[in-house]
Design a protein around this ligand. Structure first.
Ligand SMILES: C[S@@+](CC[C@H](N)C(=O)[O-])C[C@H]1O[C@@H](n2cnc3c(N)ncnc32)[C@H](O)[C@@H]1O
Length: 241
């Protein structure tokens, strides 16, 4: 997995492995943007489970600190965005220091209600927005750091899969065609599907072997202009299934 520099892939690459090791071997500003969705803490997962949200299918370990963030900020030339629990925006701000820009908010209009009825339901998730020192530029004009997008049910293959419609908005606002988008915690590869659809390149890292394979399938399906289900059906029939 080790590599000393990052050659932007023709279109995309998904690496199976631990992103912390992968990033340590990357040169400074090796990728144009990092847009990612790391696991949240155990407390956030447990709290969500106990108070109404359906995190019960989460099958990957929580992360208890931001020890990956310094490497993200080092290897990224322009924007670094990370989804996080609202309660963790402050921790990102502290860790990012002068590279902090602001906290954004993904509103989930169809999120789970508060089943216990004893407090308001969780309205959505935070988006930690950071940028290397120097001039910033984005394509969002006067848009606020606020995105309201419901959960999707098409090609749903990961327990905390981000909606493709959300990732399409974010990638078109923050990145330009031809640039490389990096997702070190890529899960099922939703960031990559959105990046390819918008003419960006993509590098993903995922340490779950099966999920990395799913991310590759989704990217191959995207290149073929098919849904994952249609692409899988085509693969099966090609081999006489
Ligand atoms: C919140 S999920 C990402 C979901 C993704 N946004 C999607 O739409 O499918 C986080 C992913 O990071 C992976 N992961 C956790 N720690 C990792 C690490 N150190 N290196 C690479 N992947 C990791 C987990 O296996 C999980 O699939």
């Amino acid at each position: 997995m080790a590599r000393s520099s990052c050659t932007p892939p023709d279109r995309w690459d998904v690496i199976t492995g631990d992103c912390r090791g992968y990033m340590r071997d990357l040169a400074k500003q090796a990728v144009d943007h990092t847009i990612t969705d790391p696991p949240y803490t155990k407390a956030v997962h447990d709290n969500a489970r106990n108070h109404g949200e359906d995190f019960s299918r989460i099958n990957f370990a929580p992360l208890e600190n931001l020890d990956f963030l310094a490497d993200i900020l080092r290897v990224t030339r322009r924007w670094s965005l990370a989804f996080c629990a609202l309660t963790h925006l402050g921790a990102y701000e502290a860790e990012a220091g002068k590279l902090w820009v602001r906290g954004g908010f993904w509103h989930r209009p169809d999120g789970a209600p508060q089943f216990t009825g004893d407090r308001p339901a969780q309205p959505g998730e935070g988006v930690a927005i950071m940028h290397r020192k120097g001039r910033k530029r984005w394509n969002g004009g006067g848009h606020k750091a606020f995105w309201s997008v419901g959960v999707e049910h098409v090609d749903r293959v990961h327990p905390t899969q981000k909606p493709l419609a959300l990732m399409l908005q974010i990638i078109s606002q923050f990145t330009d065609p031809g640039e490389t988008v990096f997702d070190p915690f890529c899960g099922s590869g939703t960031t990559g599907v959105a990046a390819l659809r918008l003419g960006r390149r993509f590098i993903g890292v995922e340490f779950d072997l099966e999920m990395a394979a799913v991310a590759r399938e989704r990217l191959q399906a995207e290149e073929a202009g098919l849904s994952l289900a249609a692409w899988r059906a085509g693969q099966t029939s090609m081999f006489g299934g």
